[in-house]
Design a protein around this ligand. Sequence first.
Ligand code: CA
Length: 233
Amino acid sequence: MNNSECRILIVEDDPPIRKLMATTLRANGYTYHTASTGNEAELELTSSPPDILLLDLGLPDTDGMQIINTIRSWSQMPIIVVSARSEDSDKIDALDAGADDYLTKPFSVNELLARIRVAQRRIASIPHNDEATSVFTNGSLKIDYSSNCAFIDDRELQLTPIEYKLLCLLAGNVGKVLTHTYITDRIWGNSLESDVATLRVFMVSLRKKIEKDPSKPEYIQTHVGIGYRMNRL
Ligand code: CA
């Protein structure tokens, strides 16, 4: 999807920030609409659903969280939360509700554009996950879901069942930040093992197997205090 085909909805009540976002998107050839309240956002979302949503969490009439919940009942469009709140808990709540990514104010124009490019790649990768071949590829990583095998440069990886599950979960959500709770719930359910320290241990061992240099991971990015994301290489 090139930039002009990519329709972005900016939901932001702060005029200078809304203007900065609009100017940046226009300068980079994106098609965009703006909304300054939750009500306006709902109108835009139903009348012409965008490809990507930039959503401020603190709106005058609605909590941005409510908008995320509503959208996720009918669409998987990438949602990038824009929040002035520096508290990790707000970002974590938004990600757990189904947001894909977050930007903390103040942010740079380059950061904004980088997050949008990740979302564009995510849109492009969604059809691949539904392909009948059931093979996932990303850089030199390949997962063959039908045989439960994963490869780096065609060399089969010796993964434990938990490492394989973890890799599949991250691959199935490539480009999206997954919170610790989201991951542990899906890997361990509600069992006693499901804590962040355990997850970190498995992440270390998985990285040793898939990353060229585990101290500078390319595939799996850490979001300190929040969770992990698989990058699209
Ligand atoms: Ca606001």
